[in-house]
Design a protein around this ligand. Structure first.
Ligand code: ADP
Length: 226
């Protein structure tokens, strides 16, 4: 699903080596953490998968495609295959939970019945009863559930989550982790970037550890210990 082959990313203006010869492979259906201190290169890794930036050396492949070779005209297609979840939910404030989902479906010109699909996904994240609520009328945890629903609504086979529990209290963070687990069990590949040590330690799974741009550990058993 995701392959980094000897990927180096240097930001030329500041001569920052954000990633150095990073090499790993994530199979379809895996749930993998990417951890490391701030500045270790986690966001750079996600940006490369979305082709927001391109590697200085090496290749990045998503779903078998070398992303650097995807023509600009097909970039929306690539990004439709990748659902993004951020620390701040980034929902549209003037749209209800339901409308945030149908808006996304319209934006990518998804096939099928948008209303039915939006309701099915809201049900899956346990928020069908809040379909008419605007983001401001939802708790932080509920907002993040809607954001997860939005990432899933286009049926993306890969979800990238960047500190998805960063703004949440421990109990709510746990609920979000359980939801992501559930989504993963249904077949979606998930890559979760975080520096939340407690999270990584309590839900042990494969963990990629970045340190100053180098992949210093790829541990199938998981756990934090930088
Ligand atoms: P993380 O997400 O782990 O905090 P980043 O990928 O954001 O790490 O950053 C890795 C390194 O690259 C840091 O030294 C950061 O300052 C640098 N960096 C990130 N984005 C840019 C950019 N657009 N231009 C120049 N340097 C950048």
């Amino acid at each position: 699903m995701v392959e980094f082959r000897h990927v180096t990313k240097t930001y030329p203006r500041t001569h920052t080596h954000a990633l150095k010869d990073v090499d790993f492979h994530i199979a379809k259906g895996e749930f993998v953490y990417v951890t490391g201190h701030s500045g270790a290169g986690k966001s750079t890794m996600l940006a490369l998968m979305l082709r927001r930036i391109v590697a200085t050396e090496g290749t990045v492949a998503v779903a078998g495609q070398d992303v650097a070779r995807v023509p600009d005209s097909r970039l929306p297609m690539l990004r439709r295959h990748i659902g993004m979840i951020f620390q701040d939910h980034r929902l549209l404030g003037h749209l209800s939970a339901f409308e945030n989902l149908t808006f996304t479906l319209r934006a990518v010109a998804a096939r099928g019945n948008h209303e039915q699909r939006a309701m099915a996904v809201l049900r899956q994240v346990g928020l069908a009863h809040k379909r008419k609520a605007y983001p401001i009328e939802l708790s932080l945890g509920e907002q993040q559930r809607v954001a997860i629903a939005r990432a899933m609504v286009t049926d993306a086979p890969l979800l990238l989550a960047d500190e998805p529990t960063g703004n949440l209290d421990p109990d709510t963070a746990l609920e979000i982790m359980e939801l992501l687990d559930d989504i993963n069990l249904r077949g979606t590949t998930i890559l979760l970037a975080t520096h939340a040590r407690d999270l990584v330690d309590s839900y042990k799974r494969r963990t990629l550890v970045l340190r100053n741009g180098e992949l210093v550990r790829d541990d199938t058993r998981g756990g934090y210990s930088l």
